[in-house]
Design a protein around this ligand. Sequence first.
Ligand code: 26Q
Length: 810
Amino acid sequence: MTPQDLSQGNLVDNVAFLRREIDRRMRYVIGCEPGRATLNDWRLALAFSLRDRIVDSWLASRRRVREEGLKRVYYLSMEFLIGRLISDAITNLGLEEASRQALASFGQDYDAVVAEEPDAALGNGGLGRLAACFLESMASIGLPAMGYGVRYDHGLFRQSFHDGWQVESPEDWLKRRNPWEFERPEDNQVIGFGGEMREDASGRAVWTPGETVMAAAYDTPIVGWKARWTDTLRLWAAKPTRIFDLERFNRGDFLGAAEQASLAQTLSRVLYPDDTTEHGRELRLKQEYFFTAASVRDILARFRDEHGDDLRKLPQKVAIQLNDTHPTIAAPELVRILVDENGFEVDEAIETARGVLNYTNHTLLPEALERWSTSLMWRVLPRHMRLIERIDDWHIRQNRARGVERPPSTWLIDHGETRMGNLAFVMANKVNGVSALHTDLMKKTVFHDFHVMHPDRIVNQTNGVTPRRWLTACNPPLRNLLLETIGDGWTEDLGKLEDLEPHLKDSAFLEKFAAAKRENKVRLSNWLKIRTGVEADPDALFDVQIKRIHEYKRQHLNLLEAIAHWNAIRREPDRDWIPRVRIFGGKAAPGYALAKQIIKLINDVAKVINADPLMRGRLVIAYPENYNVSAAEVIIPAADLSEQISTAGKEASGTGNMKFAMNGAPTIGTLDGANVEIRDLVGADDFFLFGLTAEEAVEERKRPDHAAAAISASPALQEAIEQIASGVFSPDDHHRFSAIAENLRRYDYFLVCSDFDDYAAAQRRVDEAYRKPLEWARMAATNTARVGWFSSDRTIRSYAREVWTADTAF
Ligand code: 26Q
């Protein structure tokens, strides 16, 4: 098996085909002569050429679903963190080598052309990236499915560092044209907000919205492995329902006439950066209702078209997944349509809606569970607020009938707020957590009372990631080694990575594994040099923490240990220290002040340590700006060590942890989220475990002096905190980091101090293991061989069976 065997058809034919297509597209779609084309023109011409093959598969998939009347799965998500679509297209069509050669025949460099495509960054982090992996897996296993979301004009902000501080600027992914989307004006929907609710003579509710906005449909084909199946991502853009008010215009009120337009356009203007402190923002609620209402109507229209008008049969043909509480308003919207527009009784409507809806929870942090003030809800969505009361009433009656009195924790409305997590729970057929530990904690904590009432409702669906993007596409050296060693079956059945097991004792194989890793490290080293100016020696240990910046994820624990390590090297500069490059990547929510301070701290510490002549490359810190999906694709394959160091009980799952392990980076981590399952599969010997367990963490917090006790027991920690507090890293402003230091010394809710010594000890075990290259390669390869279970194909098959009761088309 050679790399070329991944491609479909004959290479010579494919190159000739692509060459011809690219030339034609350049002329007749872009309107440009190849001799005068820019890099952007080339990436568009390539994308348009690939697109035709995807569309063939798309049309065939659609025909199959209709002809066979298959059940459809709808994934509703405020976020889809896709990255570049062109890489998925090329990988899944098997046209990488052909594209490379076709472009070369025009004198163009394939990597540069692909890199021209901006990331579709319509998400904040894990939840959004999970939605993107899920869509790709649904297509790859042939599940009839559709993603629904918002077509934001601006995705997640661009991050740059000004004097080490995060500065945000707007992102503009659509500026240079999006070749992947198809406008569907025939499917546009009018969505209403506000206004009044009355009852007509027969007692039926009549809602007259005060303002309306058009939801305009844009479809993107999501092609699966080998283009055997293609699903759809439908994103809604807000447009004014009328260009402007002609009457006002004629009266000479020109600005007033355009008012409606500007309001409509703000709705899909920008993605909300994950910001749990800024709650109750009206625009966010309107965004949620806007895309959700458009999607529900679209789903019902398709159902009628395919299966007729009997909406009681909805659960047989439709499953809707709510990605966290963000689209929960879909539940009362569905009930509203059934009752107000289709003559259902309220109870019957609720029961029908419950037959199609399911809810995935992604966090236990109580402050992150959405709540909307009822006064806002009455103003923006009066009919829905009324129906939420009716749903609450239904839930009470249901339980009374079984002799159960509802505890207050399960109320839908409390203290003038609607609790979306509770509404989602009540309206869902299945509720799931995203790792075994997280699901267990859901049952014991936030949804405990619900779990007692409905013991079969909560199920676990451990997250996964797509191996096509996160191994095949992003890691050519390792992919090629796998093809040569065990063939290509693993791409669609990642469990087959187990076939590596016999090779883990073969030193020739391990040397090749190490060589593949080194090739990736050289690439990352060059990338870091260009992006940060930092020199990273490819023979040093590449220690990586990339994820959103958050106190619970504890980038500051990593940094404190780096400072302690620096102190140790300075004290004994002549010891044979293992050279390490500590790589950070990630954005902070713009309103999260402490997270932004942590960013500045990382940059300030990096400046001091990187300039210290005593370090001689043995400790380097690199923090490239604007971490995103495309950056992850360069960084992950080159990592030696995966930092998964959240306070136990706080990270619902993590998905980066899976990507690193798959690419041959052992984890240093706590027993949190999916780390637990990774360690179970990889084996305790090949996982660097440290820290309190989730249960111990709860106990530790009850000790009033836990931080002080941990600090006084650890001279290294004490010294590092003192250095931060006294301005060693901020000579221009000695008090810059006193808030961080105070927080650690006094509260330390996330138990950085309590876990510090154990973490530092685990880091020294890492150093010792890294001294033995062959042994390290075995550990790295063992990780790759044993994490096939974390393919999102496995996750989606499991949802299809246990949550959606939906079949794949093949
Ligand atoms: C809420 C209200 C208002 C504005 C924004 C938000 C908001 C936006 C995004 C709240 C949360 C998010 C994102 C959450 C998230 O990414 N959670 C992660 O989900 C992953 C996939 O399941 C898990 O692996 C991670 O553990 C979890 O943190």
